[in-house]
Design a protein around this ligand. Structure first.
Ligand code: GLA
Length: 424
């Protein structure tokens, strides 16, 4: 259901109106009105590299994400384009399933493909993606586009899916069609977000709860190191493999453990001598991070924000020294943030190897205080690397939704087929 007008930030509504207008410009005015959807990105605060080790994670959806404009077509084709990446694709809903292209379209096409396979389709569509989230920067642009596609198709085709179904559809697309061995955190964080809350997700049994986030006391900033590593997917998959090997090496000392999360610190202390130096470091990060994440939840619940912030910075050190997924640029951003009075804590967000850091700021400093702190962090970065990093203050977000916008040309969708039936 579309949200009531007053709940949306005017800027977001304006951006989506411009996005719908762009769909009409690219694909022609057409007959039917475009509908607009938004899906957030996320920052993960604690539980770094724990999802595929089946530990707890604590991400938060942010108010930057993917825009999706969709409009029905009279034929059975789905045309997909983007305002932020090149390449356009047209899919025939009655035709064969698409092959992988190794471009951005694989993310939404993976979702569409799953629905086509299940025979859950509606009319043809013109689809335009866009957004205001840096891509490939650790803010989960891929889960945002996958969940956003699932949400918008569900609404356009009246499929009646639950939030959990949309999350698993997004996950199937990314793991199956796109081929990244990602954990479950990102689509859950995007698809199950609730206003002013963090998501506490236990990746072992997929149980979750929404933990109130004190937005009146903490602001969330993000600094982009500007580093994008093409190798990141390979390095990520390597960490997944290393964790599996570490578990194998430790299992004689932890016979009932089915994942690294199950291994206790005592078992690790005994078993670590059988591991290579690298595997020892990876396992130590995971086992300590599990404990850190449980502690962080307790700190948040008792309102100890100083301690909560310090957990993030500890998490970063562990990612730097034990998990070895940081870069000099990310380390400098975290160190510079650590010198600021108004900063409670900071760490790289996402998988690492580049991308962004997340910075927790005390609300009491106000927007001017935040801007000054971010400016000094950017100064320190540019003194070392000769360029300024982009920085933003993000708000929390309530998850995927349809947002009605004014002034989108095109008549009502009456007369358009509500469902496309594949020929026998
Ligand atoms: C990436 C993956 C997530 C998670 C994080 C690290 O963002 O997509 O599933 O593993 O890295 O915490």
């Amino acid at each position: 259901m579309a949200q009531s007008r007053t709940q949306e930030r005017p800027a977001l509504r304006g951006e989506l109106a411009a996005h719908a207008a762009e769909l009409l410009r690219r694909f022609g005015a057409g007959q039917a009105a475009a509908r607009t959807f938004f899906a957030p990105g996320r920052v993960n605060l604690l539980g770094a590299h724990l999802d595929y080790n089946r530990g707890p994670v604590l991400p938060m959806a942010v108010d930057r994400g993917t825009f999706v404009a969709m409009r029905p077509r009279r034929d059975a084709r789905v045309r997909l384009a983007s305002t932020v990446q090149s390449g356009e694709v047209t899919i025939d809903l009655g035709g064969p399933l698409s092959e992988r292209t190794e471009t951005w379209v694989d993310y939404p096409v993976g979702v569409l493909r799953e629905l086509m396979r299940a025979g859950r389709m509606g009319c043809g569509l013109d689809v335009l993606f866009g957004g205001n989230l840096p891509i490939g920067a650790g803010l989960s642009s891929s889960a945002s586009i996958c969940v956003g596609t699932a949400y918008a198709l569900d609404r356009m085709w009246n499929l009646g899916m639950s939030a959990a179904e949309r999350v698993s559809l997004a996950l199937e697309s990314e793991r199956g069609f796109v081929g990244v061995q990602c954990g479950i955190m990102d689509p859950f964080a995007v698809g199950l977000a609730r206003a002013n809350s963090l998501l506490w997700l236990d990746c072992k049994d997929e149980s979750y709860e929404h933990v109130p986030f004190p937005s009146e006391r903490i602001a969330i900033a993000v600094a982009d190191s500007g580093v994008r590593r093409e190798l990141a997917r390979g390095e990520f998959n390597q960490r997944v493999t290393e964790c599996r090997r570490a578990l194998e090496g430790l299992s004689p000392h932890a016979p009932s453990a089915t994942c690294l999360r199950d291994v206790s610190m005592d078992q690790f202390e005994v078993g670590k001598f059988g591991l290579t130096e690298v595997l020892r470091r990876r396992a130590q990060h995971v086992i300590e991070e599990v404990e850190r994440t449980f502690e962080a939840k307790r700190m948040l619940e008792r309102g100890d924000l100083l301690a909560f912030g310090a957990q993030l910075t500890r998490c970063h050190r562990s990612l730097r020294d034990l998990y070895e997924v940081s870069t000099p640029e990310l380390d400098l951003l975290v160190e510079a943030a650590g010198r600021e009075e108004s900063v409670l804590g900071s760490r790289l967000t996402g998988a690492g190897f580049g991308g962004c850091t997340v910075i927790l700021l005390r609300r009491s400093e106000g927007p001017l205080g935040h801007a000054a702190a971010l400016e000094r962090i950017a100064d320190a970065f540019s003194a070392r690397f000769g360029r300024r990093p982009a920085t933003w203050v993000f708000g929390p977000d309530s998850g995927p939704r349809e947002i009605e916008v004014e002034g989108v040309a095109g008549g009502p969708a009456a007369g358009f087929p509500s469902a496309y039936l594949a020929p026998n």
